[in-house]
Ligand binder design. Structure first.
Ligand code: FES
Length: 145
């Protein structure tokens, strides 16, 4: 059955779950969004996160709101790794931006979202991010840690 027919209109209480190759998932989710399905009714599961391309990474700082401590995140480390090197542990599971375990509130600054967990609306709000994979657009992020 064609996706446009199957997903022709959002239905209250009906959720769309998709798992498979990225192209397939993009097609299903794109068709659903095109027909007006709300993000909270769309669910997907990736087997692996998308790799960050070499050269995409940048260096930036994170500040812990509770103590004011500032930690530099080098281009070759994730926020989770940089904080762990300073003795600050964030609970993780997948470490690929798909499970949401490491979700952390952002109080100031603009994250550079690399995850596959948050919705486009949640990315746009810029008030939380996944520090196992996401980085920063701004020079510093102040985290609710
Ligand atoms: S540990 Fe899974 S999203 Fe960060």
């Amino acid at each position: 059955m064609a996706l446009d027919v199957l997903l022709s209109q959002p239905q209250a209480g009906v959720h769309v779950y998709v798992c498979g190759p990225k192209g397939f998932m993009d097609a299903v989710l794109g068709a659903a969004r095109g027909k007006g399905w709300p993000e909270q009714q769309l669910h997907c599961e990736f087997f692996t996160g998308e790799a960050v391309r070499p050269g995409d990474a940048n260096s930036f700082e994170v500040q812990l709101a509770s103590s004011g401590r500032v930690v530099r995140v080098p281009a070759d480390q994730t926020v989770v790794q940089a904080l762990a090197a300073c003795g600050i542990e964030i609970q993780t599971s997948c470490e690929q931006g798909v499970c949401g375990t490491c979700l952390t509130r952002v109080l100031e600054g603009e994250p550079d979202h690399k995850d596959l967990y948050l919705t486009p609306e949640e990315h746009a709000a810029n008030d939380q991010f996944l520090p196992c994979c996401s980085r920063a657009q701004s020079a510093r992020l102040v985290l609710d840690l």
